[in-house]
Write a protein of this length. Sequence first.
Lengths: 210, 228
Amino acid sequence: MISGPAIPSFLRAPVPRALVLNGGLVAGPELDAAQVLLLRALGERGYAVSTLVLRELTIAPCRGCFECWVRTPGRCGTRDGAADVARAFIGSDLVAFLTPVTFGGYSSELKKALDRIIGLLSPFFTRVQGEVHHRKRYARYPALVAIGLLPEPCAGEEEIFHALARRNAINMHAPACASRVLYGAAADATAAAAVAAALEEVAVQPVGAA
Amino acid sequence: MSGRALILAGSARARGRSTSESLAGYLGERLTGHGMATTLVRVPRLRRPASLAAFLEELDGAELFVLAAPLYVDALPHLVTRALERIAAHRAGTGRAAGAMLAIVNCGFPEAAHTRVALAICRAFAVRADLEWRGGLGLGGGELIGGRRLEELGWLTRNVTRALELTAAALAAGEPVPPAAVELMARPLVHPRVFTAVADVSWVQRAVRHGALLQLGARPYEPDAAER
C-alpha cells in the first residue's frame, strides 16, 4: 500500500449529498425495501445520504398564505419540521421522493412536505419552456428522482406519476429528473435495476464507473 | 338529475378567502337552481374525525361529488390528497352505489395547462373510489378571483361563470361536462403577460406591507459553500 501526504481539504472533491424523502403513510415492508435499495444505490455512488421519514415529522398543512414569499421571504412562518425539509432539500445535490403512488400522484405525507417548501422559489415569474413558472431563489437546485410504489402495474397511474415528476422538475428548477414505479415487495433484482437506471438517468454513476 | 350533490372546497384558506370556494359556491347555486340539494364542505373541516365520518356518510348517499381545489406544487394540496385517500379507503370494495364526480382545479399561473396532472389525479381517484367521472375543469390565474363572489367580478370572470352554468346544466341532466365548458374555463382571465406583470407588482406591494421588501430575495437556507 502506498501512503503519502494527506490531501488538503480544499483540494478534495466535495462529497455529493442526497436526501431521501420517505412519504410512506405507515411503516411497511414494501417502502422499507425500496428505501434500502435506494440508500444502497446512492451509497455505491458516493453520496452522503440523509433520510427524512415524513410521517415521523411534525409538519402542518400549508395554509396558502404566501407569507413565505412576502412576509418572511424564503422561510415559512409556521415553525415546524418543514424547515428541516427545506434546508435539507436545497442543501442536496439530489433529492429522491419515495412514495406510494396515490391516484397517480404522491402520498399525502410527501405532499404535506412539498407544499410547505415553495419558499425555496421566488414569488416572481419567469418563462420556462413557453410556460410561466416561478423564478429561482437559489443559484442551484437538486436533481430529482421519484420512486413510486404500486401493488401491481397500472399504466394510467404510472403515466400520471411520471408526468408529475417531470412537472415538479420544471417548477423546482431541477437540472435533471427521473422517475420509476416499482411493484409489490419492491426488493427484487428488477426493482434494484430500476432504481439504478433512475440514478443513471440523472447522470449519477457508481463510484469508479467510467 | 335531482338528488344530492356534495361539494368539497379544497383550500386551506379561511372561509371566503379562496378561489376554490368561489368556484364551488357558484356551481353549487347553479346546481340548486337545477333542482339538486347541495352541501358545501371546506376541506380543513375533514381533519376532525367526526366531521370526516359525517362527510363519508353523506358522500355514500350523494349522486354527485364535486371537488374544487387549488393547485399546490403541480398536484392537489396535502389536505385534499389526504381526504381522497380516506374516501378511497372507505369506498374500496364495499359495493356502494356509484355516484358521479366532477373536479375543478385552479392554479396561480396564467395557463390552465398547469392543472392537467392534478385533473388526471382526480380522474384516477374516481376510478379507485368507484365514482363515474363526469369531467374536469382547469382554470389559470385563479389568484385574480381570490375568494370573491364570481358575480361581483363581471367581465373578468364571464367565461368562468358561463363554463360553470354549462357544467351545472349538464350534470343536472346526468351528462358529462361539455367540451365547451372545458374550453371556456381554460381561457386566460387576462393575457398572461398582463397577469405576470400585475402579480409581480402585487408581490412587491405585499412585501412592502409586511416590511419585507429588502428581504424578498433572501436565501435563509443557503448551503455553506464548503458543505456542497
